[in-house]
Design a protein around this ligand. Sequence first.
Ligand SMILES: [Zn+2]
Ligand SMILES: [Zn+2]
Length: 215
Amino acid sequence: MIVDLHVHTNHSSFCSQLSPGELLVRAKMIGLDAVAVTEHSVYSGAHITCEMGLAEGFRVFKGVEVYTTGGDMLVFGTEVEVCPDMEFEELLQAVREVGGVIVAAHPTRGYWGHHRKYKGFPPREVLERVDAIETLNGGCSYQENVQATRLATELGLPQVGGSDAHSVSQVGRCVTVFPRPIQGDDELARFIREGECVAAYLDGILTLPDTVSGE
Ligand SMILES: [Zn+2]
Ligand SMILES: [Zn+2]
């Protein structure tokens, strides 16, 4: 199952130009099996895209991206109460309480937080405590993704990929491949936690036909 695990829609990520409807059309067109909508600090975009996906028979997982003091974090599996710029420890505890997974997003990009508030890399002691690392992020350079892959390997953590798309053409640039279909958000969290997944560049595993390679 090929899933883009990191997408922002314009429903509730005001930095995004991608509407939920455009996301679904594009995801199906390029051959994804599912996407996860991960807006900044809110779930409403994930909910609405999930409902639209249900009506069309296309799976949408509900996640969130949280700006924390220890790095931008993706949360999957179950909903937690979040606020922008929260303490990493506070988020970690909230996620652990409800049995979700916490994934360090783009840890080698060189900055994180709202308006790039923090510079550098998230602290090592934070990265040692997450469930997985987003090693391939569509908004990062190839070198940054190599560095993130090395980091996850050193820490022995599961690796996921997502596009971090904010526009149609960015959807699916990086993906996570799971060995079998996943039915719901709980199961998604379990696969990530157990490392039953690999991160990939979509064009590394598939060659898009000419008919779908443009915008
Ligand atoms: Zn981010
Ligand atoms: Zn993002």
